[in-house]
Design a binder for this molecule. Structure first.
Ligand code: NAD
Ligand code: LMR
Length: 328
């Protein structure tokens, strides 16, 4: 049998963890030929529930699941891991902004970055889901000096998928007809869901939509504020759709994306599109050979420029705030 790939999921007893683990164990993350060994990391109060989830994973008798272990110590939890899903963090409640979580959650990611640095596998790839995801990824990366920065990513794939779905509904097409939507900036209400380069069944999306007011007054706020709308409706934040997006992100990172289209992910900026180098910002990205690449040379019109700059300014503020807290 092929050697199993070790996958660590933090916050394993939480709602995203519960929606995620069974899909990973069934092969939806790494494919039908790759066995996985799961490491579930929790804080002590979450360990018992995580053990319950581990029992259920056993009870599924997944052919690809080589083992499940539960930890409350980050160093043990990330030992030998090739894929780290940093989900564990406090979610936003009704009326809270993601920035309210900066201090509460920022402190989780410094020790986890250090633990990844200490013992993860050479090829480790990290996806931060816990909010504020971009800045938490920045904190984790800063505490893992021996791991290349481009192995730390933040999840904006849920925003990307939300944008696909909204555009498909508006244009009466299937999500599979839509290509080259982009989420820029922060995974927050300032994000910029951009359809200026997108196509719908091969035609420019803006031409098919034919209503600039829909883009500015409906599409952008609906996508950017969808997290809050879900919290309002469910009483708790998105879980299954977040788990689904995490699978999409990591599947594309490890398996590649088509050359002809792109997706969105929070990756470390190389200075492209005026985003300060080193920030973890959402960009249009393609994956090949196990690496994300920022799609180069897109034309950015004045409207897009303003929206990208506004979201990036928030990322700069978050970075400065966590610096003041001593987390960077
Ligand atoms: P949840 O409260 O149901 O679960 C969080 C779990 O994390 C809990 O079991 C808790 O014990 C655990 N935890 C807390 N600190 C930990 C630590 N230091 N190490 C390991 N585990 C720890 O929350 P949830 O709904 O699963 O959401 C988790 C996070 O994901 C939240 O921050 C939420 O805002 C975020 N989120 C992000 C996106 C995105 O698109 N990026 C989407 C949805 C939710
Ligand atoms: C989401 O986008 O659904 C999550 O980030 C939860 C939130 O706080 O919005």
């Amino acid at each position: 049998m092929t050697t199993p790939v070790t996958v660590t999921v933090t916050g394993a007893a939480g709602q995203i963890g519960y929606a995620l683990l069974f899909r990973i164990a069934s092969g939806q993350l790494l494919g039908p030929d790759t066995p996985v060994s799961l490491r579930l990391l929790e804080i002590p109060p979450g360990v018992k529930a995580a053990e319950g989830t581990a029992m259920e994973l056993d009870d599924c008798a997944f052919g690809l699941l080589a083992g499940v272990d539960v930890f409350d110590d980050p160093t043990a939890g990330f030992d030998g891991t090739s894929i780290a899903l940093l989900v564990g963090a406090r979610p936003r409640g009704p009326g809270m902004e993601r920035s309210d979580l900066l201090e509460a959650n920022g402190g989780i990611f410094a020790p986890q970055g250090a633990a990844i640095n200490a013992g993860a596998a050479e090829d480790v790839r990290v996806l931060v889901v816990g909010n504020p995801a971009n800045t938490n990824a920045l904190i984790a990366a800063a505490h893992a000096p021996d791991v290349p920065d481009d192995r730390f990513t933040a999840m904006t794939r849920l925003d990307h998928n939300r944008a696909l779905s909204q555009l498909a509904a508006r244009t009466g097409t299937a999500v599979t007809d839509i290509e080259n939507v982009t989420i820029w900036g922060n995974h927050s209400a300032t994000q910029y869901p951009d359809i200026s380069h997108a196509s719908v069944a091969g035609r420019p999306a803006l031409e098919v939509v034919d209503d600039p007011a829909w883009v500015t007054d409906s599409f952008i706020p609906t996508v950017a504020e969808r997290g809050a709308a879900i919290i309002d409706a469910r009483g708790s934040s998105s879980a299954a759709s977040a788990a689904n997006a995490a699978i999409d992100h990591l599947h594309d990172w490890t398996h590649g994306t088509p050359e002809s289209s792109w997706t969105s992910a929070g990756v470390v900026s190389d200075g492209s599109y005026g985003v300060p180098e080193g920030l973890i910002s959402s960009f249009p990205v393609r994956s090949s050979g196990g690496r994300w690449q920022i799609v180069p040379d897109l034309e950015i019109d004045d409207f897009s420029r303003g929206r990208i700059d506004a979201s990036v300014a928030e990322l700069v503020e978050e970075r400065d705030a966590v610096r003041r807290l001593g987390l960077l």
